[in-house]
Design a protein around this ligand. Structure first.
Ligand code: DQA
Length: 146
């Protein structure tokens, strides 16, 4: 089972960026952890990061065309990108899983973070568990569904 793990803007700055909010793990640490969990769960995961909305849209189209499930941390795009929402909707309507993930719990933060335009078209959301949010998302994809 193939999974694209897609990280949006500013997530390459993990470890440097507001460590009191996002923790001390770096993006390379995230990639290592995801790869390890994917192997344990029998998944084939590829982790990518970009600050570019159009690259994320293109990767979601690629997920549809290559039939890969998606773990998506849309970062700030979560809160306002209708382009990303429309691309994410294509993944789930194609019968693939799309798990929205966040390191932090956006509901416990500023009010502009309380809205996700991605959530309504995602299969589900995991937020607030730091790097472990990605592990939980991967287990949801690996889990046999009834
Ligand atoms: C985030 C939460 C977003 O509100 C924020 O813009 C991010 C990271 C998270 O993983 O907690 O960049 O998606």
């Amino acid at each position: 089972t193939r999974v694209l793990v897609l990280n949006g803007p500013n997530l390459a700055r993990l470890g440097v960026r507001e460590p009191e909010v996002y923790g001390s793990a770096t993006h390379p640490d995230l990639v290592d952890a995801v790869q390890r969990w994917a192997v344990e769960l029998g998944l084939e995961a590829e982790v990518r990061q970009t600050d570019d909305e159009s690259a994320l849209v293109g990767w979601l189209h690629e997920a549809v065309d290559s039939r890969a499930h998606v773990v998506l941390n849309p970062a700030a795009f979560t809160h306002y990108s209708y382009a990303l929402r429309d691309a994410a909707a294509q993944v789930t309507t194609a019968g693939l899983l799309l798990v929205e993930v966040h390191l932090t719990n956006p509901y416990a933060r500023e009010s502009f973070r309380h809205v996700s335009v991605i959530g309504p078209v995602a299969t589900g959301t995991v937020a607030g568990f730091g790097l472990d949010s990605y592990r939980l998302a991967l287990s949801a994809i690996a889990r046999p569904r009834v």
